[in-house]
Design a protein around this ligand. Sequence first.
Ligand code: NAI
Length: 327
Amino acid sequence: MKTPVKIAVTGAAGQISYSLLFRLASGELLGPDQPMIFHLLETPQALALGALNGVVMELNDCAYPLLHKIVTTDDPDVAFKDVDYAFLIGASPRKPGMERKDLLAINAQIFSVQGQALSKVASRDVKVLVTGNPANTNALIAISNAPDLRPENFSAMMMLDHKRATFQLADKCGVLSNDIKNIIIWGNHSAGQYPDLHHAKVKGQDALSLVEWDWFVDKFIPTVQQRGAVVIQAVGRSSAASAANAALNLMRNWVFGTDEGNWISMAVPSDGSYGIEKDLVYSFPVEIKNGEISIVQGLEISDFSREKMRKSEAELKEEREAVKHLL
Ligand code: NAI
């Protein structure tokens, strides 16, 4: 039997984790012959309330053969000890009417502490996926506080946006989501992101030759940008099952690689590609092979796209400015 891998999940008593943990334990991430140990991090308050304990009881009651052990803690140094994968989900979620900027101050502190702990105790090859919002800037803070890890160890989650965009295009064209390729979400995981169809294909045909330009600009872009807020309006809480699905899917791509001829959107430290300021955690189209992420190069960028990409970059610079004391 293989040696168990260690998977850290923060905010483990929260909604997204409740949708994620059971799928991880069933082997959906790493396959049916890879055992695992969960390291679950929560706040002291959540631990005291027993909420995490309830989740652990349910995990135990599933008797998953691959789940060898569960560690629960409120100490990041314990949670991240030797972990191979870290899902940083724990944060204060956006409430109805709340702007992402309000969240920034609340959450920035959490990610500096967790970056330091990861740097100190995690596996040197750890794959860290930041989901807690504002995800891109939280990832930037974690990276800046993790001097002993490589920036490439970190990413912020854009997969939910990528999937939202995929569905919208597939639905419009009356095809299945698997028929859609090469969607791009550029920039920030916020309403300022730019969902781009200039390179997207529908059954091999250029997407923009199949849909009206007005639909792309007036319907598709705002629908994808606003989807998170619309879900909150509809159900009174932020998207959880779809976010967990995206986190699992993104990590699978990171581990096993992206499909040939397709790419995914992933927020990674910029290397200056497409003129985006170096080191900002910005979403690009990426391909992954053997765990190595490379930003897709050489795509033609229209003036329309360039302006929207710059706008999202400017928003990320503003967020960075607001947390510069933690960098
Ligand atoms: P939730 O409120 O149900 O759960 C969050 C959990 O995190 C709570 O149990 C809380 O006690 C815990 N927590 C807070 N501070 C912590 C800390 N320092 N260490 C460990 N745990 C801590 O929220 P939910 O719905 O699970 O969402 C979590 C985050 O994910 C939010 O920031 C939300 O905005 C974000 N999100 C991101 C998406 C993306 O695509 N990047 C999509 C949907 C949500």
